[in-house]
Design a protein around this ligand. Structure first.
Ligand code: AMP
Length: 114
């Protein structure tokens, strides 16, 4: 199976703007931001979609959400608010098949999403 763009970023084969990294997770700036703050929190383990999660991923996913919370504070959107999104498969708008948590903020967002 060929590497996803995120696996290439994790393996440092292509550049990205890294804002956080540890042994489980990397967080980068989205190359095509939809808001003033748009970060992606990505597990280092390649899990294609949320449907592929197993019990052994529970700690990693919890860590991803904790990092999103910390980055929201670091990027100063924690008080105004923000959105965290996992897109899944085609109807969910997923384009990269390596799960990632979008952290989006810095402007008012609509609900329901389009
Ligand atoms: P999704 O549509 O939920 O799969 O989100 C994929 C996201 O990855 C999109 O918001 C893209 O803009 C972003 N993206 C794609 N390639 C890169 C890249 N090389 N560096 C940073 N973000 C990327």
């Amino acid at each position: 199976m060929s590497k996803t763009i995120f696996q290439k970023i994790i393996d440092k084969e292509i550049p990205s703007e890294v804002v956080y990294e540890d042994e489980l997770v990397i967080a980068i700036k989205d190359v095509n931001p939809v808001a003033p703050v748009h970060l992606l929190i990505i597990p280092k383990k390649c899990i294609p979609t949320l449907n592929d999660l197993t019990k052994e991923d529970t700690n990693t996913v919890g860590r991803m959400i904790e990092i999103a919370k910390d980055l929201a504070k670091e990027f100063n959107i924690h008080k105004t608010g923000y959105r965290t999104v996992f897109n899944c498969n085609d109807d969910g708008g997923q384009t990269v098949y390596h799960i990632h948590l979008h952290l989006i903020g810095g402007r008012k967002m609509n609900w329901p999403p389009g």
